[in-house]
Design a protein. Structure first.
Length: 229
């Protein structure tokens, strides 16, 4: 750097020239120093800050808590409600035959015991059993057989919806919500079985053949269904 007055060499840090004493004028640009380029940001140039990329609206994830809950606790599978298999006419007929056989066996045992007891009672009065004095025994046995048959179907149907015949053939009597019927509903069903069956000469039972849900008239009366398990 030189003095602007006498052109004598001076240092950049000097305030006055040592030769002529003139005050030095320092230029803005120092020779030999690297030139600093000034620049300004324009609208077309990106800013120096690094912005996070914008996330599209379609890629919105649930909060972390909801994501973790959904990953840990999977949703329960939907329950598929299927139509039950109805008990057909012939399957119910075979079950009824088994029940009749069981009832006949029980009635036979009860008849033998009643016969022995009645005969012993007559012997105590020095009398023998004849056709003339067998009337009370036959009346008692008739009422007992009717009561035993009624109790058999009402108790078994009211307890679990299954008699012995239905249990062997995989059948069950249920209500509207597939639950077991009570004893009152079982009694109404039995009354409808006997009454409607006798009044229609068996048509109440044959109705099961072409009815979609395989229901007889006594089933409509008591609001019951017979299903297969």
């Amino acid at each position: 750097m030189n003095c602007q007055n006498c052109d004598a060499p001076v240092l950049p840090a000097d305030e006055h020239c040592e030769k002529c004493g003139a005050k030095l004028l320092h230029p803005r640009v120092v020779l030999g120093a690297p030139k600093v380029e000034e620049f300004t940001l324009t609208a077309e140039e990106p800013s120096g800050e690094i912005d996070e990329p914008a996330v599209a609206d379609d890629w919105k994830f649930p909060p972390r808590s909801e994501f973790e809950v959904s990953a840990v606790a999977p949703s329960k599978p939907r329950e598929v409600i299927t139509e039950p298999q109805w008990g057909g006419f012939f399957r119910r007929l075979f079950a009824c035959c088994i029940d009749i056989a069981v009832i006949v066996l029980l009635c036979a045992v009860m008849g033998v015991m009643a016969y022995i007891g009645y005969k012993v009672g007559l012997s105590a009065h020095d009398r023998s059993l004849t056709l003339h004095n067998a009337g009370p025994l036959m009346s008692f046995l008739t009422l007992a057989w009717m009561g035993l048959t009624t109790a058999y179907f009402v108790v078994f149907h009211g307890m679990d919806g299954k008699t012995i015949g239905k249990w062997l053939l995989g059948l069950r009597v249920v209500g509207p919500d597939r639950q077991s019927i009570g004893y009152g509903q079982a009694l109404l069903r039995w009354v409808g079985t006997v009454g409607l069956g006798a009044a229609s000469f068996g048509l109440a039972f044959l109705w099961i053949l072409w009815q979609r849900e395989k229901r007889g008239w006594h089933d409509f009366l008591a609001r019951t269904w017979v299903i297969r398990e």
